[in-house]
Design a protein around this ligand. Structure first.
Ligand SMILES: [Zn+2]
Length: 491
């Protein structure tokens, strides 16, 4: 459940096509903004290592000569926000690291206390717990070592690539009265004192119909093709609180299988996103062909505008497709909980390049949409182990590689149960709800297979005879087959 105090925002980025002169002025501001952000970041990091905190109110004239006072404050505010959320993510990792460790519980308690106060670095400042115990130096040193190990796994936030978060002191957004093409204008201050630049904003239905209070702060983004967009924030806290209260689940849980031919199959038999494979192949052809052409000429595809345009188009399509499909499933089934496998987007038959793009983007889009559904309707999400879900029969539990003859067809060799392969997989997932997320390690996969085999053998212990029993030639049942043979030898 999202906390009551936290505000929820949604950001819609509106394209802002502009002429060269405007573009140059916005770009000059962005470049100065980023330079100052890097300087401010250095300053904050120094304070953090000395005092263990960030200082949002730090009064220095860093960057004053480059962007002036008001922009300088906005940059500082943004930089502190970025670093703070970076640190709170590291804080969560530190907590998990302590919990997973085999340390004594009193030491764990002290480490959690250090973590709570972000006092990983400041060993010279004594730290007294609520019960009066001063945390000993060796625990403080241990905390520092662990914190450094956590930090090492991540790159520092890229302050030199920040987009500008501009508040109402330097920007105002108003509806356009004169122009027919653009529905809104953003008037943005620039580095030239007193001279604002008018940015046209293209709106679209998802933005114009979004309920909630529009914030006065906007984000000015530069996209990969160099053009600018303006991110409009909407405060959806109250709207979402109301929609969560109104949401009436009609089923306890709905399992989703991520498919290659259909995007989502459910345990209820829904197949949603059927065009998805052919559309992927279409993008694959275009992207692969262009990449091959560019590489032949010794050019890096990522630096090429048309290549980036194709990838951006696929990104946009994938994001809206994931959103559309999940919205539809929620509308049709109204589950209280969604059960999914660990997300791994990979489609055999498509190029390696596209698979890489897919696994980078797809997971992010689904995670983001699931979070959206939780905030919007309170629908929780449970991840379960997906191993063998495409080989096991959801009816009798028989697991066999040969159960899945064709991509879309599942036919159980033991009981003859016939079903769409992805629907069968989703039904397996829903049966695994009680197992929880046991990970994808070899050990947990092996344990799951052992359980599937022994359950089946316990239910159907008598062999059917050489030709009628598929288990006798199934490598998963090798040890059972051996035991049956030895029994038969005695009889
Ligand atoms: Zn079966």
């Amino acid at each position: 459940m999202p906390s009551k105090l936290r505000k929820l925002y949604r950001c819609d980025v509106l394209p802002s096509p502009m002429n060269h002169r405007k573009h140059a002025r916005v770009l000059a501001l962005l470049q100065a903004w980023r330079r100052v952000a890097v300087l401010r970041g250095r300053e904050q990091r120094q304070i953090f290592y000395q005092r263990g905190t960030l200082d949002a109110r730090l009064k220095t004239r860093t960057g004053y000569d480059q962007v002036g006072g008001a922009f300088g404050q906005m940059v500082r505010h943004q930089v502190v926000g970025v670093l703070d959320s970076f640190l709170s993510n590291r804080q969560n990792e530190f907590r998990d690291l302590v919990n997973r460790s085999s340390l004594e519980s009193s030491v764990k308690h002290q480490l959690h206390f250090i973590n709570r106060w972000r006092a990983w670095q400041t060993l010279s400042v004594p730290l007294t717990m609520r019960d009066g115990v001063v945390i000993p130096d060796e625990v403080r040193r241990l905390a520092r070592i662990m914190f450094r190990a956590v930090m090492k796994r991540h790159r520092q936030p890229a302050l030199h690539r920040l987009n500008m978060v501009v508040d109402q002191r330097a920007v105002s957004v108003s509806p356009a009265h004169t122009s027919s093409h653009f529905r809104m204008w953003a008037r943005l201050s620039t580095l030239d004192k007193g001279k604002r630049v008018n940015l046209p904003l293209q709106t679209y239905p998802r933005f114009t119909t979004r309920a909630g209070a529009r914030a006065l702060t906007v984000q000015v983004n530069q996209r990969s093709d160099g053009s600018f967009g303006v991110g409009m924030f909407t405060d959806v806290t109250d709207v979402f609180a109301a929609s969560r209260a109104a949401y009436q689940p009609r089923c306890e849980a709905l399992a989703l299988d991520l498919g290659l031919n259909t995007l989502f199959a459910t345990d209820q038999g829904d197949l949603i996103g059927r065009q998805w494979r052919s559309k992927l192949e279409y993008y694959d052809r275009r992207i692969t062909k262009l990449a091959a052409y560019l590489q032949k000429r010794g050019l890096k595809p990522n630096r090429h505008a048309r290549y980036r345009k194709y990838v951006a188009a696929m990104r946009g399509w994938l994001e809206s497709e994931v959103g559309r499909c999940l919205n539809r499933l929620v509308a049709v089934r109204a589950p209280a909980e969604l059960v999914i496998e660990r997300l791994d987007f990979r489609a055999p038959g498509l190029s390696r390049r596209l698979n890489r793009l897919l696994s980078n983007m797809g997971r992010g889009f689904i995670e983001a949409k699931l979070k959206d559904l939780e905030e919007r309707f309170g629908i929780t999400c449970r991840k379960v182990i997906a191993a063998y879900s495409s080989q096991a029969d959801s009816a009798c539990g028989y697991v066999d590689k040969k159960n899945r003859t064709k991509q879309a067809k599942f036919k159980c060799l033991w009981c003859g149960h016939f079903q769409h392969a992805d629907v069968n997989a989703a039904r397996n997932l829903i049966q695994r709800r009680s197992l929880g997320d046991t990970g994808t390690s070899r050990a947990s996969r092996d344990a799951l297979l052992d359980a599937l085999v022994s359950q089946h053998v316990a239910r159907y212990n008598r062999p059917r005879g050489r030709s009628a029993d598929p288990r006798l030639s199934n490598p998963y049942f090798r040890s059972w087959t051996a035991s049956v043979r030895s029994i038969e030898a005695y009889v």
